[in-house]
Ligand binder design. Sequence first.
Ligand code: G6Q
Length: 556
Amino acid sequence: MDAQTTPLTQRPQWQSLLRHRDAIKTTQLRDLFAADPQRGERLTAEAAGLYLDYSKQRVNDDTLRLLRELADACGLRARIDAMFRGDRINTTENRAVLHVALRAPAGEKILLDGHDVVADVQAVLDRMASFSERVRSGNWKGHTGKPIRNIVNIGIGGSDLGPVMAFEALRHYSRRDMNFRFVSNVDATDFVEATHDLDAAETLFVICSKTFTTLETLTNAHAARSWCLKVLGEDETDANGAIAKHFVAVSTNADGVKKFGIDTANMFEFWDWVGGRYSMDSAIGLSTMLAIGAQNFRAMLAGFRAMDEHFRSEPLERNLPALMGLLAVWNNNFLGAEAVAVLPYAQYLKRFPAYLQQLTMESNGKHVMLNGTHVDYSTCPIFWGEPGTNGQHSFYQLIHQGTRLIPCDFIGFCQGLNPLGNQHDLLMANVFAQSEALAFGKTPDQVRAEGTPPALVPHRVCEGNRPSNTILAERLDPQTLGALVALYEHAVFVQGVVWNIDSFDQWGVELGKQLAKTTAAEIASKDEPKLAHDSSTNALIRRYRQLRDDATSGKA
Ligand code: G6Q
């Protein structure tokens, strides 16, 4: 067996890491810091405006070297090159993975089957910019001649989480005289609540769907169409005019868009080489551009690009995504951490953990390798989080004193965007206090020295040795957000390379979508449907139909 075909856990580099883990098992972060007074400055790296402090990870120089050797053995460099070159690295869907082309500057060429995709990207960006300008300036008029004041993005998964996260993250830079709403759930409540106070004559719907076949999105788009036409005219001439003024689409499926009734002149294109969860910087970001303007959107792309360049060219020792990806492998596969907490200390990043959940878990929540054989190691950990300081008063208890190891990513900014007294200093004091408390804890001696009654000492002890990264940036602006998202995108890629999985497909999501179609038909059926599920599913469907029908017929 050569290096490329040797199973991951049998590679010498993996075996060395296992032996190394056993050798340093009892070493505490306290010991590591005591042995090296420079550690807090040494184990850091900086790029694209982001400063990463990984000194509070349970690693020493040998760990880092061994992790780099593992990355080399897994062919990380070659895989990075393959992605940037446009190779079809999403093998199960036979697709290139070229989100990096979305932020390549005009003039650069990335050829896919001999065709320059950067030119296509730039052409769409220019169309988005001129459309956004027309809407933002009031020159794009609704059907009754009123300017647009409300933007409603309809999409789900990758066509929602990125746009809503980016809007919230960059709200400070957004048009305050316009409303931005996001509808994703097929639960009608989402649509009804998002539109209840809006005037259809001033509302523009952005229907985002890569495939334009997604049940939730098409259902909500049809609801939007009816809602709009109720106010703006039901006859065909009026309907055509109203749809043209109040609906635009973002999709790869021009036929689907046409079939829905949106003129393809009002469609913004993207391509099958952009994965849904990697699409917030494509035309899927149209709502973001409408909110913050084309210039800010371009600044965000520049941030993405700066991190791309860094990832592509920087040696692994100083490469932020490589370091974060490899440290995640270390925590997951060698220290047994089954979850990661993402803790942005910025209220504007309140949707960032939800966004990252999809990016990380849909990408790397896989049970087979590229060749289809089962992995014999764990892949993606569970990601969750909340903006600080809120999480501190809730689940941080488990992180400090629970029985599980939960590595944390703290994200903070040196300048607050809304200066109010010393509140930003207080916010950041909590970042530093939390990571310090997690790493160094409080020993029984320290607890006793505070005069704690002996029976309470064990309860008050915090063992420490709980690892974290801290990511610091100057301030949350479009450029920084781009760099931050690209950092995580590439860190996810690094983990996928080590685990030898396809980080760009999502077959697990497909099964539920298929089953829902059959079940929806059974639930809708006028006659008693013939159910052929398991006994639990059959009984649940019957009970639902019964209680629903009783309620509608007034029997309940
Ligand atoms: C993302 C996934 C998935 C997708 C949604 C919406 O990587 O593929 O979350 O974005 O299912 O799909 P459409 O954009 O095709 O409606």
